[in-house]
Write a protein that binds this ligand. Structure first.
Ligand SMILES: Nc1ncnc2c1ncn2[C@@H]1O[C@H](COP(=O)(O)OP(=O)(O)OP(=O)(O)O)[C@@H](O)[C@H]1O
Length: 234
């Protein structure tokens, strides 16, 4: 129960007890009504949303990582990523349980068949996925779990009972997306082209399925979009 709701329950109890102690007539009916109304106040949106995982999706290069990194560094105690599983080998410096849970194709496939994963994908022959346990672990630590995944993963999460919220980050135009992706300079030209093709599909999905998302943020001016991004988390 939120602190404000708790305070009103306490007030009602205190009034009732003080009336009893001072021998003032007490109206048991209205006490009972007030007491139960206070107890059954629907929680505020903030407390409703405070433990729901948030799926953040949008085309490659739109600025998801930029927004998420900023949020996590501003509120390190409030947000965390779940640790994904992968069947690919660890790269130098990657740590088990921190960067990924490293596993085998056979093991991950077995766990997927048992329903232990809320989403997974096969990329370049290797499995990547998020286990239900990994999401619950973040929630149990009192933080909001952030999932930075693509539309295919988001659709899978939607089918689960995780009760996640879905946010789409979209570019102001396709041209801007293209120049951000190229400007980042982290991909070879053929990868840039693949990502732009993927971006078209993701933007088409947004056009046809707007209601899939709880919110859509246009990442134009970073300060404005970051402020909208923060507002989404209440
Ligand atoms: N509002 C913005 N205005 C200008 N440049 C931006 C803005 N947001 C992000 N960028 C820049 O765009 C590039 C892509 O951003 P970022 O790496 O965060 O994208 P992403 O959506 O996380 O991509 P990916 O899905 O491939 O990881 C980066 O160089 C980043 O600095």
């Amino acid at each position: 129960m939120a602190d404000a709701d708790m305070a009103s329950v306490q007030e009602i109890l205190e009034d009732f007890l003080s009336n009893l102690l001072t021998n003032k007539p007490t109206d048991v009916f209205s006490f009972t009504r007030d007491y139960f109304t206070a107890f059954h106040q629907p929680p505020s949106n903030q407390s409703l949303n405070s433990h729901r995982p948030v799926v953040i999706t949008g085309p490659s290069g739109v600025g998801k990582g930029t927004l998420i990194n900023r949020l996590r560094s501003e509120y390190p105690d409030k947000f965390a990523f779940s640790v994904s599983h992968t069947s690919r080998s660890p790269r130098p410096g990657e740590r088990e349980g921190v960067d990924y849970h490293f596993t085998t194709k056979e093991e991950i496939q077995r766990q997927i068949n048992e329903g232990a994963f809320v989403e997974h994908a096969i990329v370049h022959g290797n499995y990547y996925g998020t286990s239900r346990h990994a999401v619950e672990r973040v929630r149990d630590s009192g933080k909001i779990c952030l999932l930075d995944i693509d539309i295919q993963g988001a659709k899978q999460v939607k089918q689960t009972d995780l009760n996640a919220r879905f946010l789409f980050i979209t570019p102001p135009s396709f041209g801007v997306l293209e120049s951000r992706l190229r400007g980042r300079g982290t991909e070879r030209e053929e990868d840039v082209i693949k990502r732009l093709e993927g971006a078209k599909r993701e933007l088409d999905f947004l056009d046809s399925s707007h209601s899939f998302f709880d919110a859509v943020i246009v990442n134009n001016k970073l300060e404005e979009s970051y402020s909208q991004f923060k507002d989404f988390f209440g």
